[in-house]
Design a protein around this ligand. Structure first.
Ligand code: FES
Ligand code: FES
Length: 163
């Protein structure tokens, strides 16, 4: 039995010995926004954030995740399903076609912006290098990340002024 905090909620689970975090999240926990594609750590579709760091959930043994705080794309939306600014920026810039890769890009972008709130285009390319988009939406993704970063900076400035 291990204990995890998933999208802010404490969960106790008993993963099988070879079960990956990806299988646990999609299977037992029903978090289907965590996408499976390559299954070998090459595409970023299964990216989640664990204790603030991006991880490929397809390469992570669930049994080794005891005590971790894990965020998936489902945790980005508000209590009534409202989109976060990051998600809205991807929508506004049509930064996807089939959208299969989008949850992974969103999670990687959130972690990138937490470390670097004002990234250059090259820093975005480098930060998201582990995420592949087979539809080739890269240029629009960079625009969306820049927009999301700008929205976050405006919000942070407003919070600082009102404090
Ligand atoms: S499915 Fe995990 S990196 Fe591709
Ligand atoms: S939008 Fe289709 S794989 Fe990225």
């Amino acid at each position: 039995m291990i204990q995890l905090t998933i999208n802010g909620r404490a969960r106790q689970v008993s993963p099988r010995s070879h079960e990956t975090l990806l299988e646990l999240l999609r299977g037992e926990l029903g978090l289907m926004g965590v996408r499976e594609a390559c299954g070998i750590g090459m595409c970023g579709a299964c990216t989640v954030v664990a204790d603030g760091k991006i991880v490929s959930s397809c390469l992570t043994l669930a049994g080794l995740c005891d005590g971790l705080t894990v965020e998936t794309v489902e945790g980005l939306t508000g209590p009534n399903g409202e989109l976060s600014d990051l998600q809205q920026a991807f929508v506004d810039h049509t930064a996807f076609q089939c959208s299969y890769c989008t949850p992974g890009f969103l999670m990687a972008t959130g972690a990138l912006l937490a470390e670097n709130p004002d990234p250059s285009d090259d820093e975005i390319r480098h930060g998201l290098a582990g995420n592949l988009c087979r539809c080739g939406s890269y240029l629009k993704i960079i625009d969306a990340v820049q927009d999301a970063a700008a929205r976050a900076r405006v919000k942070a400035d407003a919070e600082r002024e009102s404090a």
